[in-house]
Design a protein around this ligand. Structure first.
Ligand code: ATP
Ligand code: MG
Length: 348
């Protein structure tokens, strides 16, 4: 569960600090819209921190996975560009980290075939995140891709033998599938010389940030505050955020999820303690809380937004970043695929 993963994340943190070169990170996002504060505090901030500590970092633009919950990938080119700009704006440095797209790395996707043979249909059926996403899906029926995308994600992570995955809470069941795939592959085909590590999740202190409606903040649920929104839009969105009838502001995530999530957001932005933020607002009520959060978010995001605008002005930048990232990811993927074929006895 989440608390075990959080305890393990704290241990990992120590190990990373001791020797960052021991680890390799892979994470990614679907190009389904602009990145939001849930991404930022759930995973992006950690990615930049790891990169800056010297951990080798790969960041995937999961363009094929856009199709898990919709029939066509609308505005794909635009969304991919937005995503890369978001990465650059928060501090992912393409000189040190590899930013690449699914569709440009065929060898990665080829791993899906042997990997699918390593999991059972009932294991896929049990995945709670997939169930939740099916419930929010725009499609009338569940596609094969929706059902199997956690295995595709195993390929994303294992193609580069990543052992550390900074993610939000919703990804924990997927990471279990990845670990199962790695373990079974090694057991079946590579007993003497394991091909894959069993990667571990690195959770942040905000593994599930809620959106303005009190549900998980998500790009596709209309409840998100995007990193690239301007100060006025941010204020408007937060004015419309759901609160509750209790005038006194407290921090009590179990009983007051909406209010607590706003308190937490202010605390994260200010790098303070949510209990203290709630205490300071006290009887000021929902209006004071929203003013405080708006101020905190806009202050925290101002430099990111300014950097983003600078990067956006350079038309060739995104293309160049992806071109070199894709080239590097292809080299890694080819090498791993060759090893997989050899282990399976399929190399000539
Ligand atoms: P979509 O609605 O299109 O699925 P999303 O907002 O859920 O978009 P993803 O691209 O699915 O975003 O997730 C990317 C990463 O961000 C994952 O590691 C996920 O765990 C993390 N993440 C997404 N939303 C949140 C959130 N609200 N709180 C914390 N982490 C989050
Ligand atoms: Mg999602």
């Amino acid at each position: 569960g989440t608390s075990t993963a959080q305890a393990r994340s704290a241990e990992l943190e120590q190990l990373i600090r001791k020797d960052p070169s021991r680890f390799r990170v892979l994470t990614g996002d679907r190009p389904t819209g602009r990145l939001h504060l849930g991404h930022y505090f759930g995973t992006l901030h950690n990615r930049v921190r790891l990169q800056d500590l010297g951990v080798e970092t790969l960041v995937l633009v999961a363009d094929y996975q856009v199709l898990t919950d919709r029939d066509i990938a609308e505005n794909l080119k635009e969304y991919v560009e937005e995503l890369v700009l978001d990465y650059l704006a928060i501090g992912i440095d393409p000189e040190r980290s590899t930013i690449f797209t699914h569709s440009a790395v065929p060898a990665l996707n080829q791993l899906l075939l042997p990997f699918l043979s390593l999991v059972s249909v009932s294991e896929l059926n049990r995945n709670p995140t997939v169930k939740d996403e099916i419930a929010h899906s725009r499609q009338a029926s569940v596609s094969g891709l929706m059902f199997t995308y956690p295995v595709h994600q195993a390929a994303d992570i294992l193609f580069c033998k990543a052992d550390l995955v900074p993610v939000g809470q919703d990804q924990l069941p997927h990471l279990e599938i990845t670990r199962t795939v790695a373990r079974r592959f090694n057991e079946r085909y590579a007993k003497d010389r394991p091909v894959f590590p069993e990667p571990e999740a690195l959770l942040s202190t905000a593994p599930l940030l809620l959106g303005t409606d009190g549900g998980k903040m998500s790009k596709s649920r209309g409840n998100a505050i995007s990193l690239s929104a301007d100060a006025d839009e941010t204020a408007r969105l937060l004015r419309g955020a759901k609160t509750d009838a209790d005038r006194r502001i407290t921090y009590d995530p179990a009983h007051r999820p909406e209010v607590s999530s706003l308190v937490l957001l202010a605390a994260l932005c200010e790098e303070t303690d949510p209990l203290q933020v709630a205490e300071e607002i006290g009887d000021g009520g929902g209006a004071a809380l929203k003013r405080r959060v708006t101020e905190a978010v806009n202050t925290r995001l101002a430099p990111i937004r300014a950097r983003r605008a600078e990067f956006a002005a350079d038309r060739a930048l995104v293309r160049d970043v992806l071109r070199s990232g894709n080239a590097r990811a292809n080299e890694i993927a080819e090498r791993t695929l060759r090893e997989v074929r050899e282990s399976m006895g399929a190399a000539y």
